[in-house]
Design a protein around this ligand. Structure first.
Ligand code: TNX
Length: 859
């Protein structure tokens, strides 16, 4: 993806030349079937669809604004689209406003975020060569192409289980003021070459030999005199309990030595477990590189040894010397993590990711010393783990495709399209896959914390168990009801953030708990089988929609029986029972912060307070909400005794776009998150650099002991393929890793603002220089294939010369003066550019990958 500013496309668009982006690859059309079934109608294979934003409006009933948008449909077939009986279906992440439209058309919600455009009475058909336009409103502002309608397809009413992908679909770039207007209250500017330049201005160049040789920053590093010369692969000496680590070390080193035959005169690499003076962490290590005696790596446990090997990996050169030998600077390191919990969460429900992608991600986490993989396996749009005894969870709940009956699978979401074979809509991990993932993670000393979403965000499970009920109801009603999750008589009115009204487990039914018990037992069994006993289960808890359960006879009956006054108390009842199930399996409950928060009203407004009911239960809460009025919620929960993982949405949500520019991928409902936004997070005092926070309770000493660590997340509504995962998480994951591992930075503790700013800028410069000069080049040298984001350079016109700066010093910057895209042969920027013309600059990685370019005119 090219950056919006500075591209030729934008230039064309500004000149009024219509420019379209190809939409993400859609599944192959089933044109043959379409032609057969509707021989008299135009087929989807010959429909062309275009989407564009017309302008943003701010009506009184939608103060945050709405976008007026247009779909343009052209029939390139030799047959007409009929007057009636079809629809153009698509997903829209924030929804559209259902309405009758001009041109005898109607826009409707099918379910959740699935919508369709249909002919209304009076529609005359769409003849070959004809075009129709449908102007309609999105429910919110659409100011990013990532949020445009996705996965469009054609379906006919008389064929309710078939849909035909429209592959010729394009999304127009947005660059006109009326398309980008975000209203008077939004003061965040677009990222321009000039604004990037200003933001980069605090970064100074730090020479390579002044940088920490190990990432994240170790506690104690001391360079010693001399060099260890390894003429060939050293012998790896380790006790059998460190077989796994010795194997890992062997793999690291054998990359450097073509001759893996070890020679007796090469000083060895010794791995061992032992105590380290002054270190109590089970993840501490001590690494000594001695020119004569070789490398000795001691860990307080096998995990410590493994983490020390990741540091050794950083110390190894990018490549061996010409004679095939490797020199290592003599060194002494003592290191241990700041936080015991250094996590990353991946959502595989919204867009499924294959096992290989998960393993690759685990490798990346391990490399940067992250140790908790929070696996978001279930959500409204997909259940991704095979559970023995409940086949519908995956045969139904792990598949998406067009269906009006919703009897065999879920409907399309996030652009997965009509076809059930779409690998992002459909897919799950078999028991064997999951066990393989667990074992792989265990070898990397990463704990897998599976998440089963409840009671909200559970639509895939609810619908799967409903389908199980329908399969069995005629055979054995009692059995059919055994795991049912919803009350068929529930008339509650609610809308989830994803616009569903049928996505919650019902706490009033015994079958709900039977389901949870069954699933928990199965997941525990898989962990046992993998030899990786489970310690905690993440039980969701986020975003139960207001109104849920209120008109369910089953819930109401339970409330009466248990003397529960409100559904808030019903929530406590629910999680009390869930926790009892977990305790029977020896598990501790983790959940989103709602698990430990209670919704109360204060002066007529809703407020979250620490829930006194569960504070002594040993729950871990993952606190995402640091938004308006809840800025200090994480601290209040920790102060109240909840073990807390900080996962603040405005800093660690990697599905948020890096910036506001319309082509910059991702969502933005909470924030824009650039690398510095991650880096600048101060775990024990984050309100310090959140000056506008309204709620400002600080963290007490008691609360501080309850902060377990940090977690970055990747929700995947707009993230389908591996390259996009890489782009969204890297290099932001490195900011997280630094904060989670390294000691509290001096700049965060300095009270004097001027001094703090100077300390910050120096530390930030060290960090980005380390990334640009050491960390990312090593990732490239390993052929990791990680397509991390290479940001666009900053540009500034200064007295007729173009000044260039960069967020990641060390990358080669190349430029052209005729506005064309720089390539590997373009001249390298070395100081100010005096040439006149349209200057375009881009950064190139060591492996020659080009980042988005920036452009400025130097007239
Ligand atoms: C909120 S924060 C969610 C997810 C979405 C995410 C998108 C939280 C625990 N829930 O369901 O995927 O926002 O950013």
């Amino acid at each position: 993806m090219r950056h919006p500013y500075g591209t030729l496309l934008v230039a064309l668009a500004l000149l009024g030349v219509p420019v379209m982006l190809p939409a993400a690859a859609a599944p192959a059309p089933i044109a043959a079937k379409a032609a057969e079934a509707h021989a008299d109608a135009a087929s989807a294979a010959h429909l062309q669809l275009r989407w564009e934003s017309i302008r943003n409006v701010f009506p009184a009933d939608a103060p945050d604004g709405r976008s007026l948008a247009r779909l343009t449909l052209t029939n390139l077939d030799s047959k007409p689209l009929p007057r009636q009986g079809w629809g153009i279906y698509f997903n829209s992440i924030d929804g559209v406003v259902p309405a009758a439209l001009d041109g005898n058309l109607v826009m409707e919600q099918v379910s959740g975020q699935l919508f369709r455009l249909r002919p209304a009475d009076g529609f005359q058909g769409l003849a070959p060569g004809q075009t129709l336009t449908a102007d309609y409103f999105h429910s919110v502002l659409i100011v990013k192409t990532a949020k445009a309608p996705a996965g469009p397809y054609l379906a006919f009413d008389d064929e309710p289980e078939n849909g035909y992908a429209i592959n010729d679909y394009r999304i127009a770039l947005m660059n006109l003021p009326e398309q980008l207007d975000t209203g008077p209250s939004d003061r965040i500017p677009l990222a321009t070459p000039e604004s990037v330049f200003a933001r980069n201005a605090i970064i100074s160049d730090v020479p390579g030999d002044k940088l920490s040789p190990v990432f994240p920053m170790p506690q104690h590093v001391e360079k010693l005199t001399g060099v260890l010369h390894l003429a060939a692969m050293p012998v790896i000496s380790a006790a059998p309990t460190l077989n796994n680590e010795a194997g890992f070390a062997g793999k690291l080193l054998s990359r450097y030595f073509t001759n893996v035959r070890t020679a007796a005169n090469i000083p060895p690499l010794t791995l061992r477990i032992g105590t380290i003076a002054g270190q109590s962490s089970p993840e501490a290590y001590e690494l000594t590189i001695n020119p004569h005696t070789g490398i000795v790596l001691t860990g307080t446990s096998a995990a410590g040894v493994f983490l020390g090997l990741q540091s050794l990996r950083d110390l190894l050169p990018l490549a061996p010397q010409a004679d095939g030998s490797v020199d290592l600077q003599a060194m002494h390191i003592i290191d241990a993590p700041r936080f015991e919990y250094r996590g990353f969460q991946l959502d595989v429900s919204r867009n499924f990711q294959p096992k290989a992608t998960v393993l690759r991600l685990l490798d990346l986490m391990a490399r940067y010393k992250l140790n908790k993989f929070h696996f978001h396996l279930t959500d409204d749009e997909g259940w991704r783990l095979e559970i023995a005894g409940l086949p519908e969870l995956t045969s139904f709940g792990a598949r998406r495709g067009h269906t009006m009956s919703v009897s065999e699978h879920l409907q399309p979401a996030y652009g997965s399209g009509p076809d059930v074979t779409d690998p992002h809509g459909s897919g799950f991990y078999t028991r064997a896959d999951y066990i393989e993932i667990l074992k792989y993670a265990a070898a990397l000393h990463i704990e897998v914390i599976p998440e089963l979403e409840m009671p909200g965000h559970a639509r895939a499970a609810v619908k799967a168990m409903e389908s199980r009920y329908h399969r069995l109801e005629k055979i054995d009603v009692a059995n059919a009801r055994q795991y049912l999750l919803n009350d068929f008589d529930d008339r509650s009115e609610y809308k989830s953030p994803q616009l569903y009204h049928d996505q919650v487990l019902n706490p009033g039914m015994a079958s709900t708990y039977a389901f949870i018990e069954h699933v928990v037992a199965e997941v525990v069994a898989m962990h046992k089988e993998a030899g990786m006993p489970m310690r905690s289960l993440h039980v969701g808890g986020d975003e139960l929609p207001n109104g849920a359960w209120e008109k369910s006879p089953a819930s109401q009956a339970l409330m009466k029986r248990m003397n529960l006054a409100t559904t808030v108390e019903l929530w406590d009842y629910f999680y009390d029972r869930v926790d009892r199930i977990l305790k029977r399996h020896g598990l501790r409950a983790s959940g989103w912060e709602e698990l430990g928060a209670r919704k109360v009203r204060l002066n007529g407004a809703s407020k979250l307070i620490p829930n006194p009911v569960f504070s002594q239960r040993g729950f871990t809460v993952h606190v995402w909400n640091n938004l308006d009025g809840a800025e200090d919620l994480a601290y209040r929960l920790a102060n109240a005794g909840y073990d807390t993982v900080l996962a603040p949405v405005t800093n660690f949500y990697f599905d948020m776009a890096y910036n506001k520019n319309p082509e910059e991928p991702g969502v933005h409902w909470a924030a824009y998150v650039d690398l510095d936004t991650v880096y600048d997070f101060i775990p024990f005092d984050y309100l310090k650099n959140t000056p506008l926070a309204k709620a400002r309770d600080g963290l007490t000493d008691y609360g501080q002991r309850h902060i377990r660590g940090l977690e970055g997340t990747l929700f995947t509504e707009t993230v389908r393929d591996t390259a996009r995962i890489d782009y969204m998480i890297m290099p932001r994951l490195l900011g997280l890793a630094e904060r989670a591992w390294a000691a509290d930075p001096a700049w965060a503790r300095e009270a004097d603002r001027v001094k703090a700013a100077a300390l910050h800028d120096a530390a930030w410069s060290d960090f980005v220089n380390q990334l640009g000069k050491r960390v990312l080049p090593r990732l490239d040298a390993d052929n990791s294939g990680i397509a991390y984001r290479i940001p666009p350079p900053g540009l500034h016109l200064d007295h007729g010369r173009v000044l260039v700066n960069y967020q990641l010093p060390g990358f080669a910057l190349r430029y052209t003066t005729d506005g064309s895209e720089p390539n590997a042969g373009s001249p390298v920027v070395s100081g100010a550019i005096a040439a006149k013309g349209t200057i375009r600059v881009a950064a190139f990685s060591r492996s020659g990958r080009e980042g988005a370019s920036s452009r400025i005119d130097n007239p």
